[in-house]
Ligand binder design. Structure first.
Ligand code: PMP
Length: 315
């Protein structure tokens, strides 16, 4: 199978072929999950010649915050990290939508599970990526028996590698039940988020999502949707959500960089909006996709635009 990875990666201070970006099997991050990552999308603009990176400075800032939680000082600030990502995109010159994965990790070969006194490094690689889950007709969701990691166990507001075991357990369970994605509840039984995405419900014309203090990742797509909705005059409530609200919601959707905006057709076998995409979901989804494709001038400031040479874009 052809690797979906693009040719170049950034690895420990230099641009190298992806196949040369390798670490020792004894790497601390590999053994203990002491890494933090970002997931960023670049969309091919409607002009076919530009890659639009969605909210790059915000992803860059969040990765640096995750690195702080990991006690991983890096020789990068928000701007230089974003610039390095732009340089990598330019070097790979993709002709399609891409997903960019920057990764901060404890690179020391060391046996003690700790954060202090270890070396930290940054790597970035990227691949071509279309839809991760269906964004048109509706996905199946299932409430997980796995509880979302709490801020006092592994802080979910950092994208910390080790905590993704929690996501993986929930995702497997959902798929084994025949669903596409899990909905995790927090330690109090309140609705937190998906395994790799945030969640919105619609009730009585208002959008509802868990608060940033509800053991969720502070999603950048979530933040964008709150803004789009408020600009449309749709009320948004960031509040504790009961499980039973999932079953009586008028509409529901997942959102995230990988997920984009994925309408939910059913939750635990109960149809949402009769299994069809509801009007508010549809409105927000349209603004999102128009924005990332460079067709919505109102939110053009969310895009870092990178011109791709025509010859590269043609393949
Ligand atoms: N929650 C989790 C657990 C995630 O992994 C993601 C994906 N990054 C999200 C929410 C959505 O965040 P964002 O919109 O910033 O991608």
């Amino acid at each position: 199978m052809k690797s979906p990875m693009l040719e170049y990666a950034f690895f420990e201070g230099e641009f190298v072929p992806f196949t040369e970006a390798k670490v020792s099997v004894g790497t601390h991050a590999l053994q203990y999950g002491t890494g933090a990552f970002a997931g960023i999308r670049g969309y091919l603009d409607a002009d076919g010649e530009t890659i639009n990176i969605f909210r790059l400075p915000d992803h860059s800032a969040r990765l640096l915050n995750s690195a702080k939680l990991l006690r991983a000082p890096l020789p990068f600030n928000r701007e230089s990290l974003a610039d390095t990502i732009v340089k990598l995109v330019e070097k790979n010159a993709p002709g399609k939508d891409v997903y960019i994965r920057p990764f901060v990790y404890k690179s020391s070969v060391q046996l003690t599970p700790r954060l202090m006194g270890l070396d930290s490094e940054l790597a970035i690689y990227m691949l071509e990526l279309g839809d991760y889950l269906d964004t048109s007709s509706g996905v199946k969701a299932a409430v997980s028996s796995w509880q979302r990691v709490s801020d006092n166990s592994i802080p979910g507001r950092g994208k910390l590698s080790g905590s993704y075991i929690n996501s993986a357990l929930a995702k497997d369970e959902a798929e084994e039940k025949g669903a596409d994605e899990a909905i995790l509840l927090d330690a109090h039984g309140h609705v937190a988020e998906g395994s790799g995405c945030n969640l919105f419900l619609v009730r009585d014309g208002a959008l509802i999502t868990a608060p940033v203090t509800g053991d969720i990742l502070e999603g950048i797509t979530r933040r964008s949707i709150i803004l789009f909705a408020r600009d449309l005059g749709i009320p948004v409530e960031e509040r504790v959500i009961d499980r039973s609200e999932l079953y009586i919601a008028d509409e529901a959707f997942f959102c995230g960089t990988g997920m984009q905006i994925a309408p939910i057709a059913s939750i635990d076998g109960r149809l949402v909006h009769e299994g069809n995409v509801g009007p508010i979901t549809s409105q927000v989804r349209e603004i999102f996709f128009d924005t990332v494709r460079g067709k919505n001038p109102k939110y053009a400031h969310f895009l870092t635009k990178i011109r791709i040479p025509v010859a590269a874009g043609a393949n």
